[in-house]
Design a protein around this ligand. Structure first.
Ligand SMILES: *Cc1c(COP(=O)(O)O)cnc(C)c1O
Length: 224
């Protein structure tokens, strides 16, 4: 585990350096879906401090079993009736994609008396099988999230199409970055700085295009 973790950290650093970025400006989120708690704990002990899960219900027991230390990121679609559970277990939510969900998370965060950092999920490539807003609809949701008392919009997230050659999805990452820049300069302000993009197959290209958070499963934990 330690070896795999170090290899990914090294690849992140090299990608950042290729474009003159500080490797410390890229956060590695280890995606632990399908990985048992004991192996997750090994990764945490090797130095992995941020973990991601897709499903709230499945994550609850794992978060408990892994124990204290890591920060948990919700990276999969959230259902309204799971908002309270999600706010109780996850520190950051990457997958807000509707006002209804935003309002449910805001309510749950208010009950917990906690401000929750959130990212807006954008379906840049317009794939029918993927969650996320169209780029054109993101500004409106960001504006509404800014009006929520307990939500702090910190940036955008996308899942790029699967591609054999990661170069083919470079324009997707570039477009998400341009959208982040526009929103930041417009409604959202300087705190809107995060770009959650890049997975095992394409994270180096995502970093070259400005990713500040990469979500990596297979390269750390092996094939699911
Ligand atoms: C599974 C998953 C990842 C990690 O994918 P790998 O290809 O295993 O690195 C990242 N983001 C989301 C939203 C995922 O569901």
């Amino acid at each position: 585990m330690g070896e795999r973790y170090r290899a990914v950290v090294e690849r992140i650093a090299r990608a950042a350096e290729r474009v003159g970025r500080d490797p410390a400006s890229v956060k590695l989120i280890g995606v632990t879906k399908g990985v048992d708690a004991a192996r997750v704990r090994e990764a945490v002990d090797a130095g992995l401090g941020d973990l991601g899960e897709n499903r709230v219900q499945e994550a609850v027991l794992k978060i408990e079993a892994v124990g204290p230390g890591p920060l948990w990121h919700l990276i999969g679609h959230l259902q309204r009736n799971k908002a309270r559970l999600a706010v109780g277990r996850f520190q950051v939510i990457h997958s807000l994609d509707s006002l209804r969900i935003a309002e449910a998370v805001d309510r749950a965060a208010g009950e917990a008396v906690r401000r929750v950092p959130v990212l807006i999920e954008v379906n840049v490539a317009g794939e029918a099988t993927k969650y996320g807003l169209t780029p054109g609809a993101a500004a409106d949701l960001v504006g509404r999230v800014l009006a929520c008392r307990f939500l702090v919009p910190i940036g955008l997230m996308t899942v790029a199409p699967l591609a054999g050659d990661p170069e083919t999805v470079r324009p997707v990452f570039r477009e998400l970055r341009a959208l982040r820049d526009r929103l930041r300069a417009g409604v959202a302000g300087d705190a809107f700085c995060e770009l959650s993009m890049g997975m095992s197959g394409d994270f180096e290209v995502a970093i070259e295009e400005g990713a500040t958070m990469v979500r990596i499963g297979r390269a750390l934990f092996g094939d699911r």
